[in-house]
Each structure stands twice: as structure tokens, then as C-alpha cells.
Design a protein around this ligand. Structure first.
Ligand code: S3P
Length: 177
């Protein structure tokens, strides 16, 4: 089985991923970490070195390098769908889209989180354009769309994650992934 978690920055791919992997006895990998390990640079350093283009090249190379591996849950970066060359690689797994309404994502990104995400500096309007551009691609690639909203935000992860994991694993199992 190979599960690919898709969704915008802040969707929770990297926090749900390890839980899901443990529940399914799969290995968890985070594409951003794989990129950093391969390149020997942190993500902000890649952006500083050659802008988004440099980062996207490294992202594609890291995803392609993982394409032979099986039995894993892969948390992807929110922009992985921006490179058309990644679509086929993503579709080779069971693709789950963690879909939040834009206003919740925006608040989470602009007011709560920060960290190592250079694109956050673009600000709300540009980020929204990215979200509008990516959302239809996430949907098109998805085998399963998990619609998440305030209810999930208010539910502790220890209750929310088992339910989500069960839903994802039974859907993936049905598709024989
Ligand atoms: C990006 C998302 C980030 C990371 C990079 C670019 C994007 O990953 O890959 O900063 O273009 O949306 P997360 O979605 O895990 O934050």
C-alpha cells in the first residue's frame, strides 16, 4: 500500500501522516524532509538559492526518487501539484486530499503558524490565488477527499485522527492499494 497525503500548507498532512502510518504499519515519509536530506539544504535555503523554481526541481527529483518504494505514507508539500510532471507519480498511490475551507487555512497559516514556509510571506491574497489554482488539481488527483471544517478543528486530535485513519484505510483497502 502507498498513500499520498495532499492538501494546502497547514492542512495537517505531516501530523496525520505518522499516525496513519502507524495504524497501517507502513513507513511514514515527509517529502519536505526528503528534499532537505537529498539537497543538504533547508527549504528556506533552497528558496533563497534559486527561488521557487529551484525548490520545485528538488521537489520533483525527491518524489521521483521515491517512486519505487512501497508500503509508505507520504506527506507531500502543498505545492507538489504545481509541477505537472508530478501528477503521474502522485496518482501511482492512493491519493487523499485533506480539504479545509480557505478561511480556516488562511487563519491557521497567517496567524497561528509560520515556521519554515517561505511562501507565507506572499500574504493572504497571493496565497489564496495559489489555493484557488491548486484546489481543482488536488480534487482531480484525489481517490478520497476528506472535507474538514470547524468541527474537526474543535475535536482533539486523539479523537479525530483514529476516525480519519479508519476512513482512509478502509477506502484505500477497497481500491486495493
Ligand atoms: C509549499 C509547501 C510546503 C513546502 C514549501 C512549499 C507550497 O510544505 O513544500 O514551503 O508551495 O505550498 P507544507 O505543505 O508541508 O507546508
Amino acid at each position: 500500500m502507498r498513500i499520498h497525503l495532499l492538501g494546502f500548507m497547514g492542512a495537517g498532512k505531516s501530523s496525520l501522516g505518522p499516525f496513519l502510518a502507524k495504524a497501517a504499519e507502513l513507513v511514514f515519509l515527509d517529502l519536505d524532509t526528503e528534499i532537505e536530506n537529498r539537497e543538504g539544504l533547508r527549504i528556506p535555503e533552497l528558496f533563497a538559492e534559486g527561488g521557487e523554481e529551484r525548490f520545485r526541481r528538488a521537489e520533483h527529483a525527491a518524489l521521483a526518487a521515491l517512486s519505487q518504494r512501497n508500503d509508505l505514507v507520504l506527506a507531500t508539500g502543498g505545492g507538489v501539484v504545481e509541477s505537472p510532471g508530478n501528477h503521474e507519480l502522485l496518482a501511482a498511490g492512493f491519493v487523499v486530499y485533506l480539504n479545509w475551507p480557505w478561511p480556516l487555512l488562511r487563519d491557521r497559516l497567517l496567524f497561528a503558524e509560520g515556521g519554515d514556509r517561505p511562501l507565507i510571506e506572499e500574504g493572504g491574497d497571493v496565497l489564496k490565488e495559489r489555493w484557488l489554482r491548486r484546489d481543482p488539481i488536488y480534487r482531480e488527483l484525489a481517490d478520497l477527499i476528506c472535507d474538514l471544517d470547524l468541527k474537526e478543528l474543535r475535536t482533539p486530535r486523539r479523537l479525530q485522527f483514529p476516525r480519519l485513519a479508519e476512513r482512509i484505510l478502509s477506502a484505500a483497502g477497497r481500491e486495493g492499494q
